[in-house]
Design a protein around this ligand. Structure first.
Ligand code: AMP
Ligand code: MG
Length: 326
């Protein structure tokens, strides 16, 4: 099962490469997914060592399972005490809180205990009862329970039933940081793909951006359902098809509705957000998926967010961008 999920993640977004460019890729498994960086000059390959090393640092910082990580220590001290963290961790958590508030709680980084109960990444799945979920949902629904002290650079989870989970935002942050590092090294063209969190560095040519195909969620059909243009932008996709299990014919996927603790019941099959801010794009793709097409559309219009929504009925909405190109 896990292997199948990983294979799916590899193909979330299909890059439409240019015939005139020669790609040089390096790939590593981290952050529970396959991370691939492609550059278009052989000389740029050497620059990837530092970038992969930085990605590993981010993984160590946000992992919920690595005993030394900031997030592990915050979760261990939930309901007991505040934990000092690195400035980088603090900034990312502050961002997660801010986006949770902007999205009316659709993005919620405090659902770690609930995700653990479902155990989407493991083999032994569990369908939690309302009783099991009730107190966690109530505590997670109050963002004041995520206490941030900027002066102390500390984070405190004010209830023992809370657990921080940055899985909905960390890969977008990592892709953006990798893109900034490459640009800082003078790399003009690159594609960073962290399990479907794409960052398109530079452009394909002076005339046009990168063309990125968005995967058809129906794996039996394969391929992509549309193509978007991106230049120095992230293209981040969230979908129910990315990680799920089936029980008694019912599909249980990994994107949770914070108001129920159950997989979001939404009319959307996939959401892709295009934004130069990879962190925002990642968190928003998760939040918009939870909101469903009507609220997601209104949110994007109000906040000027570029996105592609695909409903389970196959209807595509292009928000802030032109329609399909191929
Ligand atoms: P993504 O693939 O970016 O949509 O993120 C999904 C991951 O974020 C899940 O595997 C969980 O770790 C976490 N998650 C699930 N539901 C939510 C939510 N409503 N808000 C924030 N993070 C979530
Ligand atoms: Mg996300």
């Amino acid at each position: 099962m896990k292997k199948n999920i990983l294979l799916m993640l590899l193909f979330i977004v299909i890059l439409l490469s240019s015939c005139s460019l020669t790609p040089y890729s390096r790939s590593e498994f981290m952050m529970d997914t396959q991370c691939v960086i492609t550059v278009y000059s052989r000389d740029d390959l050497d620059k990837l060592d530092d970038v992969f090393s930085s990605l590993r640092d981010i993984e160590r910082m946000v992992s919920r399972y690595d005993e030394g990580s900031d997030v592990f220590r915050i979760n261990e001290a939930a309901g007991v005490r505040a934990v000092r963290v690195s400035e980088e961790t603090f900034t990312l958590i502050a961002r997660a809180k801010e986006i949770s508030l902007i999205t009316g709680g659709a993005f919620n980084p405090l659902l770690g205990k609930i995700s653990d109960m479902w155990n989407f990444t493991g083999t032994e799945h569990h369908i939690p009862s309302q009783d099991e979920l009730e107190s966690i949902i109530a505590a997670a629904g109050d963002m004041d329970n995520l206490v941030l002290d900027e002066e102390e650079c500390s984070v405190y989870l004010a209830s023992a039933c809370l657990s921080l989970d940055l899985g909905g935002i960390a890969k977008g942050y990592a892709s953006e940081k990798a893109a900034a590092m490459l640009a800082g090294e003078g790399v003009e063209k690159a594609i960073i793909n962290l399990g479907g969190n794409i960052y398109a560095v530079g452009s394909r040519s002076s005339a046009e951006g990168w063309r990125i195909g968005l995967q058809n969620p129906d794996s039996s059909e394969g391929g992509y359902f549309t193509v978007v243009n991106a230049s120095d932008e992230a293209v981040v996709t969230s979908g129910s098809y990315q990680r799920y299990f089936m029980s008694d014919g019912v599909v249980y996927h990994h994107i949770l509705d914070p108001s129920t603790g159950y997989p979001a019941q939404t009319d959307l099959a996939s959401v892709s957000v295009i934004n130069s801010d990879g962190t925002l794009a990642d968190a928003l793709s998760t939040a918009l998926f939870v909101m469903g097409s009507a609220d997601a559309g209104a949110f994007c219009t109000e906040h000027g967010i570029k996105a592609v929504l695909l409903t389970v009925d196959g209807e595509i909405s292009y928000l802030g961008i032109d329609g399909a190109e191929g």
